[in-house]
Design a binder for this molecule. Structure first.
Ligand code: ME8
Length: 517
């Protein structure tokens, strides 16, 4: 092993009955930012994403498409791989629940739960929603428009009676409450933690964990009439990719436990069922369950029927990849719901990126190119103003670390933009263009301070905007070996006299098309 600390982060595995949209891209982006930050900060990282391919919904979607379920999954799963490429996601693995490694892993976990007495055979009657792959209690249902009963999600339910295996969830109530209490940051944000705690405190019923009514799923060991409930199958992907069932293997010891990031829609599965399955199987629970909020589009719920689905490749083509990555991470406080609007995106592209960050870099580097022979300027003694800006830059990593460790991506970016704001004010106050004639040495010092500040900014924006930050680092002649966060200190400061290439703007302004809104 490398001797570095390890870090494991996961996205949900996405259903293959839908094409990727902005919601999927968002969750994976958040994980990508975490993964890139941790790699740059000296960790060995595993970043996992993938697709959830079993269940009745997929069986029905494949049937409707007139193909066998696996060919259907092959095709849609590929769209999520394409998304990862288009969005520059740095996932280390892509898991599909139809892979043999996963079938082995889920069956091993099932056997463990049978051996521990946490899975037993009985039969089930109840209201079942195919769309949600979940059972509902009578008092949770309402009457739908056509008189049919519907679940709280709006999905139609049908009465189902079949033999079923059960997971003894009721037995885990106290230990779950104890877990939430003893580890206050196990579920974040805090409002979600309170929600889950009151749900569990309200009492837990045993969970039906097998089906006999369809066949597209992982068979129950020694009872192949039963197919495993999709959520046991799906959640287990997180340990499969870490090498389970080889629990004593090097991979499992290195990676598990993970940080799981997902939307608030599937928090209950991750924060209640999953830790209960793991505790029952004697496996360590995850490090953190973080549930983020929901995106709407121009103020409206995103839905196929409204025709307002935001296609990831389309917004990238329109605004640029790093611009979209930045907008999504900055526009909404991570954890809250948010709205994606054209106006908001243009504002981020033109104000934050082109004006604030882009102009700072462009005007500083152009002055250096013109007035310092295209080399890192020689600096004299630093003034208080110089030191104030440099010290803030040197302190920025620690501030960012604090935010990233609680998934506060928006606060990390705010802290970086705070320094960008200071640096822009510094340029105006120092007015290096005026110093050229009156005090060229002082001009060189101010430009040095700016270049060194930009070096810090470009290193720290890499997780969110890898490509454009890389271009800025190229313009400062920073080699590949000096781009991780170990270089964020005085010891690695720019060396005066080093040659710099001709600067180029990296954040173009978004110009409204003729006739567009
Ligand atoms: O639930 N805003 O898969 P899924 C923000 N297979 N995020 C959104 C979103 C929106 N409007 N719409 C979707 C499943 N998401 C299961 C998961 S995990 C063991 C099994 C994101 O394809 C968000 O992360 O329905 C949400 O949790 C996920 O997509 C649901 O993806």
């Amino acid at each position: 092993m490398s001797g570095k600390p390890s870090f494991y982060v996961t996205t949900p595995i996405y259903y293959v009955n839908d094409n990727p949209h902005i919601g999927h891209a968002y969750t994976t982006l958040a994980c990508d930012v975490m993964a890139r930050f941790k790699r740059l900060d000296g960790f060995d990282v595993m970043f996992l994403t993938g697709t959830d391919e079993h269940g009745q919904k997929v069986e029905k979607a494949a049937e409707a498409a007139g193909v066998d379920p696996l060919s259907f999954c092959d095709k849609v799963s590929e769209n999520f791989r394409i998304l990862a490429k288009e969005w520059n996601f740095s996932n280390d693995d892509f898991i599909r629940t139809t892979e043999p490694r996963h079938v082995d892993s889920v069956q091993a976990l099932w056997r463990k739960l049978v051996d521990s007495g946490d899975i037993y055979l009985d039969h089930y009657e109840g209201w079942y929603a195919v769309r949600d792959e979940a059972f509902y209690a009578e008092d949770e249902l309402t009457d739908g428009p056509d008189g049919q009963k519907v679940a709280p999600s709006g999905a139609p339910v049908e009465w189902v009676k079949e033999p079923s295996y059960f997971f003894r969830l009721s037995a885990w109530q106290d230990r779950l409450l104890e877990l939430y209490k003893s580890r206050p940051d196990f579920i974040l944000p805090e409002s979600r933690r309170n929600e889950v705690t009151s749900f569990v405190a309200g009492g837990l019923r045993d969970l039906s964990v097998s089906r006999t009514s369809f066949s597209w799923g992982i068979p129950v060991p020694d009872d192949p009439d039963h197919i495993m409930y999709v959520w046991i199958d799906a959640l287990t992907n997180y340990i499969t990719a870490a090498g389970y069932p080889d629990e004593n293997g090097e991979a499992f010891n290195t990676w598990w436990p993970a940080i799981h990031i997902m939307g608030k829609d599937i928090l209950r599965f991750h924060a209640v069922y999953w830790p209960a399955f793991l505790m029952a199987a004697g496996i360590e629970v995850p490090k953190r369950i973080y549930a983020h909020g929901w995106w709407t589009s121009e103020g409206q719920k995103i839905s196929k029927s409204l025709g307002n689905v935001i296609v990831p490749s389309e917004i990238v083509a329109r605004y640029g990849l790093d611009q979209v990555r930045y907008t999504l991470m900055r526009e909404v406080n991570f954890g809250n719901d948010g709205d994606f609007s054209h106006r908001g995106a243009v504002q981020r592209c033109n104000h934050d990126l082109a004006n604030d960050y882009g102009n700072l870099a462009q005007r500083s580097l152009s002055m250096i190119a013109k007035n310092c022979e295209g080399r890192v300027p020689e600096h004299g003694d630093f003034t208080d103003a110089d030191l104030a800006l440099l010290d803030k830059s040197y302190g920025l990593l620690e501030v960012c670390r604090g935010h990233i460790d609680v998934q506060a991506f928006h606060l990390m970016l705010q802290a970086i933009w705070d320094v960008i704001g200071d640096a822009n004010r510094y340029v105006d106050e120092q007015a290096p263009w005026a110093l050229k004639k009156t005090d060229p040495e002082r001009m060189a010092t101010a430009l040095y301070v700016l270049a060194e500040t930009i070096r810090h900014l470009a290193l720290l924006t890499q997780p969110v905007m890898p490509e454009t930050s890389g271009k800025l680092l190229d313009q400062l002649s920073i080699g590949a070996d000096a781009r991780d966060f170990a270089a964020l200190s005085r010891d690695h400061a720019l060396v005066p006299g080093s040659e710099l290439p001709q600067p180029q703007g990296v954040f173009p302004r978004y110009v409204e098309e003729e006739g567009a809104a």
